[in-house]
Write a protein that binds this ligand. Sequence first.
Ligand SMILES: Nc1nc2c(ncn2[C@@H]2O[C@H](COP(=O)(O)OP(=O)(O)OP(=O)(O)O)[C@@H](O)[C@H]2O)c(=O)[nH]1
Ligand SMILES: [Mg+2]
Length: 341
Amino acid sequence: MTELASLDEQELVVRLRRGDQRACARLMTWAERNDPRFAVQHRAFCDELGVAQRIGITGPPGAGKSTLVEGLASHWRESDDRKIGVVAVDPTSPFTGGALLGDRVRMSRLVLDPGVFIRSMATRGVFGGLARATDDLADVLDLFGCHSIMVETVGVGQSEVDIARSCDLTLVVLHPGGGDTIQAMKAGLMEVADIYVVNKADMPGVDRLVQELFDVLELREIPEDQQPPILTAVASTGQGVPELAEAIDGMVRDRRDSGRQAERRQDNLERRIRRLVDGRLRHEVWQARGLSDLLHQRLAEGGKLSAYELADEVLDQYQQAAGHPANLLGNISQTDPEDSP
Ligand SMILES: Nc1nc2c(ncn2[C@@H]2O[C@H](COP(=O)(O)OP(=O)(O)OP(=O)(O)O)[C@@H](O)[C@H]2O)c(=O)[nH]1
Ligand SMILES: [Mg+2]
């Protein structure tokens, strides 16, 4: 399946390296659609990746994540002219324009800034998994020359939280109106945070929320020097944003120097490869081997069916079709067997 990029496509990567916005958008579209041309390009540029710091930002709906992303982007643009990339996963506001006028006006300043590239990604436009697409988009932004890439996801389900975790650093944004910390624990947010941001510090209930976070951290018995810091902010006015930016930069520096960043990247890479293999295996089993058709056919025959019996039938057919173990991986045999679980 190894394909060579056509001359036009080679040109695309050259343009991307030069910071061409249209080349960037085109590659991102391929990534979102899981277009095989993206994988071809990726092989060509993968050894240039890893320059940017990737920051995952998650938290309950409406916590102020986008406002904070906007604040951090503005801060870094002004303080050191840093090139910024933003990926907003399944956004409701304000990147899609769904927010109040004030948000849109502020955000539009960023949209007009050539040093900031924002990509909103709606679930329905993406194939082959959101996490896969997010990693790929971040890679494109990395090659595009972004120094800091922020990936925003709403922290409501495990897969969204996983996306934020797949970065170098994860920010969990909470707000006093967003229910209590129990809610955040249920969503799996407490385990993934490298930094907590208690946003909307202008609203009542902030001190209580901060105290609850301290209590939960104490229960987890993490050594004090490894506890994630808890910062407060008013993203809508920018209060606390410079301190947050400094905390992020400091943590990135420390982890780079201590080797922790390399370790985390290695873990993320392993999860990413497993996800790719899982996805291709599923596709191979259900589509390439016609098992979807078999299942639909059996369901259409009606009658009372045991789910277990049907599952066995599907797997029997799979084993028959696969035959010799060498066929088991079919057209994904180029994947290194070492990577299989
Ligand atoms: N009072 C107050 N309002 C804020 C603050 N930060 C953001 N908001 C407002 O909260 C609302 C939600 O902000 P967003 O930045 O869109 O929140 P979000 O977490 O990105 O929301 P989703 O992506 O929809 O989950 C907007 O109306 C913001 O103006 C803050 O610090 N204080
Ligand atoms: Mg948002």
